[in-house]
Design a protein around this ligand. Structure first.
Ligand code: CMP
Length: 136
């Protein structure tokens, strides 16, 4: 099934100059980039985006990090894109990420973990609409 998912290159990876390498890998893995936007996320947008994590002890850290510098938002299309993008990113904690995954290659810590991707649940359409209302 051809699917769309949402991806984000986070402030740590953008600041470290990994944007090009990550985009190149995304294309090499056969994803079609249907939306791409370099932007700064506002506090209000971050609170909506990370709303599901509001009760978590690291919520404030999460919001302040994601708004700390430019990010690259991506809408990606591929066969089973949601799982494929999660596989390419690797485990949330880079210490547990498999060799060759983006988080193994580029992430510093569980909080500053280079990339974000939608869950296998229903978050992909929600996140795509939030960042790319014009392509929906
Ligand atoms: P992301 O995929 O953007 O979605 C939620 C984020 O919470 C996750 O990536 C991690 O960066 C972050 N996160 C998860 N667990 C922790 C934790 N224990 N401490 C700090 N951040 C965390």
């Amino acid at each position: 099934m051809i699917q769309r998912t949402f991806g984000l290159i986070k402030p740590d990876a953008v600041a470290a100059g990994h944007t090009g390498a990550i985009i190149s890998r995304i294309e090499k893995e056969g994803f079609k980039i249907v939306g791409m936007k370099k932007m700064k996320i506002s506090r209000a947008q971050a609170e909506v985006f990370y709303g599901v994590h509001k009760a978590r002890p690291f919520y404030e850290e999460l919001v302040s990090f994601i708004t700390s510098g430019p990010v690259v938002a991506l809408a990606l299309e591929k066969e089973n894109a949601i799982q494929a993008w999660r596989d390419l990113m690797g485990a949330t904690n880079p210490a547990q990420a498999a060799e060759g995954t983006l988080r193994k290659l580029f992430a510093k810590s569980i909080g500053e973990n280079a990339v974000h991707g939608s869950d296998p649940a229903e978050t992909a359409p929600f996140e795509i609409v939030l960042f790319f209302p014009e392509i929906c």
